[in-house]
Design a protein around this ligand. Sequence first.
Ligand code: ZN
Length: 148
Amino acid sequence: MIRMDRRCLTVLQRTVLAVWPQEGCALLLGSAVGEGILCLTTVWPACNRWGAADFDLPWTSAQNDARDRNFVLDPREQLSAQRWCRSRSQQLIGVAHSHPSCDAQPSAADRQRGVPHQLMLILAAEGEMQAWWLGEDRQVRPVLIDVS
Ligand SMILES: [Zn+2]
């Protein structure tokens, strides 16, 4: 289960949907508060670096125009967030991204490129939001979202 308050939900929605019709993304910071319960406390806005000229990953360079169907985070941004977390007793618990033109199901690319043992939160443009846990085997399990 992932818990968040309404403030976090609003920040999350505004952050990842702001770049529509491109895919938006954000890092999810928080902590484990019990067995299988993660608490989201900070939404860290991140740029979708897919196809960026100065960010040449082998799998992004061929499809520069595909930021509406793909996203990639800058590892330097993840390091900054992790550094910020350390002094605040928080940790990187997952990544959120939007699906501007389809539902909130993880794509094959999401399962392939995601980081195992992390939360994957997907927001569809119509407002649907679903959370998933990515296993080592690249399979996803649905995670309950509790907004209070
Ligand atoms: Zn996706």
